[in-house]
Structures are given as C-alpha cells and as structure tokens.
Design a protein around this ligand. Sequence first.
Ligand code: GCB
Length: 609
Amino acid sequence: MESMLYPKMTATRRVVSLDGMWKVKFDFEEEGAAKGWKDGLESDDLIPVPASFNDFYTDKKYREFAGDIWYETEVVIPEEWKDKEVALRFAAATHRAVVYFNGAEVASHEGGFVPFLADVTERVRWNEKNRIVVKVNNELSKSSLPNGSVIEIPQPEGSDARKVKMIRPGFDFFNYAGLQRPVRLLALPKTSIDDFTVVHELDGEGARVSYQVAIRGSEKVETKVLVYDEAGKQVAEANGAEGVLSINPVRLWNVRDAYLYRFVIRLEQDGQLIDEYEEEIGIRTIEIKGIDILLNGKPVYLKGFGKHEDSDIVGRGYAPGVIKRDFELMKWIGANSFRTSHYPYSEEIYQMADREGFLVIDEVAAVGFLHFSSMAMFMGAGTGIKPTSFFEGPEIEPLRKNHLAAVRELIQRDKNHACVIAWSLFNEPETFSEAASRYFREIFEAARELDPQKRPRTFAMEKSCSPENVGCHQYCDFLTMNRYYGWYIKGGYEIAAAEVEFRQEMDAWGALTPQRPMVFTEYGTDTYPSEHKLPSVMWSQEYQVEMLEMCSRVFDSYEFVKGEQIWNFADFQTVEGTGRVNGNKKGVFTRQRQPKESAFFLKKRWEEL
Ligand code: GCB
C-alpha cells in the first residue's frame, strides 16, 4: 500500500486519530533490538504525538539525543472493519522509522518529511488491543536527506556514560525529530482509490482538466468524477479512470484570490458505491516565459519568505495554531508566497496555502550538500568562500537513491496542489564539480518526468554558484538565489561596498543568455529583537531595515528579478555555537511570532509593489 492521499472520512473510509500521549524510550545503550522492545516498552515516560521529542526535557541528553527513539501506543480495532483494509498512516517520522504491529515488522521508511502507510490488515486482533511500536531514528549521514554526520564525544574518566553520540547537521537548523506529524488508523475498502491526478489547461472562458484515477484492488468498478463549485453546484462530470473534464465558465485559482472546486471521485459496481474520495482543487496554470513567471498566463512577482516549521516546545511538530498565526501574519504583511525551506512541510500547510492563494516553492530536504574546508557551515555559506567537492565517494550512490525517492514522494504527495508552483530540488549544493553536474541532470530530469503538471524546477543557489560556473544552474527553469550582501558579505559600515558587489554580480547574471526569471530565496541579517541603535550596528533592528532598503534598491533595478523571499519569516532554533545566539535571528518576526521593525518596512513595500 503506497497511497499518499490525505486521510479523509467519506461514506466508504474510516479515519481514527492515534495522536495523544504515547510511551517513549530513548535507546541510550543501543539495546532495544536485542531486548525485544518491539514487543512493548518498559517505560513510564509519556510523550505527545505529534511533536519533536527534543525540547520537553530538562536534561540535555534528551534534547541532543542521537540514535533510536522508541514509541508505543495501543488501539482496539473494531470487528465491523473485518472486510476492510486496515493501515497505519504516519504523516512523517523523522528521519527514518521501523513500524512493529503486535510484534511483527510491518513497514519501514527512510526520509522524515513525507507520509507512509503500514498495511496491518492480516495482523489485526479484532475487538482487542493491538500494540503499535515505532522505532524512530534521527541520525544524519552523507547519504541522508538532510545531510550531516554523527560524532562520538569523548567523556572524562569516571563518567558513567559509555558512549555519547552527537549530531552534526550539515545545515543551519536544529535537527528536530520524532513522530512530528499526526498518526492515523485507516480502514479502506478492499478495492479503493489509490491516487488521483489533475492537469489543467485554459480554454477561453473555460478550462479543461485532464484527470487520472489509480485504483487498487481486483474488483471491476466504474469510475465517476464529479466537480462542484464553492456554492455546491455541480459543474462537470466524467466517467472512466481517466478523461477530461470541461468547466465552462471557470473561476481560476489566483494569487491571494483562491477558488477551489470540490472533485468527488466515486468507484461503483452495479450502481453500488465501492469507494469515495474528494479533494479541493484550484484550477490554474503555471509556466516560465522569457523573464516572466506566468500564473494563468499573467506575470506574478513573488513576495514572501523562506520559512521553517519551528516553534517553542514542540519544535518541528505539527502545530495548527502556529500554522494559522503564520498565515495571518503573512496576509497582514502583504506577502503572497513562501518556500518550504528546507524540507516538505505538513500537508495541512499546503491545504491552507491553497485556500488562501499563496504561491509555494516546494523544497525537497536536499540540504547540507556542500562542504567548506575550514569554516563553520553557516560562516561559509553565502560568503563565496570556496567549498570542497561533495558529489564523490561511496556514499553518493545511496544518497542519489534517497534523493530520487524523496523527489518522487514529494511530487506524488503535492502534485495536485494549486499553491505549489515550483520544485526546489536542492538548497545550496556544491555546483562546480563534474560529478555535481551529472547528479543534477538526473534529479532535474526525474522531477520533470514525475510531475504531471510539469512545474518549473530550480535549486536555491549559494554564492559560489556564479554566472561563470555553468555546471548546474543551466538545469533551472528559473533561478533562485541565496545572497547575504550586507551580512556575511561586507556588513555594517561597508554596506555601500556590498551594494557595489551585489550590482556587479547582478550585471553578470543579466548578461547571460537566454535570460530567466530570478527570485531571491534568501537575503537577510540576524537581528536581536532587543537591540536598537542610532546610528545602526549589525544585529540591531535599524540595521535589518537598512539592509532591506539596500536589497530592495538592487532588486528594483533589474527587470529579470521576479520575486523576493526574505530569510527568514521567524527566528528559529539551530545548534549552539559562536555564530548563533540561541538560534538564527534573521526572522522578520520573533519565534513567538511578534513583529520586528523590518516587518513594518516590508508591509509598506509589499502593499505598494
Ligand atoms: C543559508 C542557508 C540557511 C541559513 C542561512 C543563514 O544560506 O540556506 O539555511 O539559515 O543561510 O542564516 O546563514
């Protein structure tokens, strides 16, 4: 069972939430497998699901834990489901998991940001308690997405800790992990809708929607697709597992002016309903033409943020209140877009973006694919300091496999969302080696082939990817740039020099042919919310505004610039270190989602743009 459809109750489907307090046990001694923890955990420790496990405890050994975290819960499954397929659905388990059901291994999954199913149909004990144990692992390696490593820290003599592992992320956000998204129990018909795909085409006042329904199971069924508008009026109907729906006139989905049709898919046998599923779908087209990004044939300019799923206490855990607050702030400030830096976000965020008309650059967790010989990761990125080659060595083959799987799963999950207008296939990778170029070609081709809507593809480029370095950026349908002029490059009093250098680089990009649209996916300054200073200094709120003024001037001077997504929406947690004051402070909002001075600058600019 591999369906990625979002779990929904319908006439034929049952969904039960397994969220709540689960038993948990951290495998400090690496003994869980040998001691049979899959059959049940001896532990009094309870932990909420969904949430990152890291920020609940008062002892660092939990927050920084590297290894296997075992979770357990129980569920009674009713006999009335006997003729159904029964599955567990994990919206994500970070970064990998093995699932045991009544002691038997029923699923495993690599990659911490997309859903997977565990089919338990054959193992259910009806009307009794069934035990679910999940072994989650949060370690990073050179073949994992995201990329990083695990080191062992030597302990002083006499210490009782035998072996202490520590995670070294190859990226600038905290390696939050665990069962971070909802877990559900599903009961589906034996013959069911496994997948559903739509592709839109404008046709005068109307639209043609080509659709495909994938069916699982052996029974012969007839497929029906019905489309309803927001008032509940039926506007189209088609029969067959694939076909074309004509909606005329159509109300298109537009930026900050969303309209969603309800697509109902029915499988029937002699007039009897076998399965039913529905999805809200926005009808729109997206393409790149010359230096323009065209939504429904009209140019759009992206205004918004690189974000993180990150908040107090629950870390990267699904937090619907935070999602709501973030959308309200993005609307208030006049944004129209964001990038899911640096991993696929919770499904509910895309549903909200569909509903609110936000444009999303959807990023796979390919981050940390760049190494610097001497400096800390975040001091190297963005400075133009030459990184060392990355795409060589024995770990690249498993990395390539994981990356291709992650792209396939991301596209399968998100392909019908109107809000998703592009795929970002890497963040700040190494781009100068020949090995990089080969690797890129394959990933870019896979994305093109897998996406039924053929959305534009890109990757967020670090400073060492320059106009002269044509190893990789030629694969992009549009360019996305991460640039820290005025921060890592010539910050403070030197900001005028930063502007000069910035313009030189822009002139060089402008001279490339053919020209493509360019979107800034990162620019920013760390800003401590308590610091004010006149005249400004770096880290003060005044300086963040000055940097924004400088960057805005540059963006406005080049007509191929088609968007600005500042880094970051809000302050977020990172590892500890001399370059970070309890996290990255480049937020326009604090981690508690209150505005810094720069928020008012951006609101004015974006409302007028
Ligand atoms: C970058 C990275 C981002 C960091 C940011 C920074 O280039 O893409 O993950 O957080 O710089 O603030 O240094």
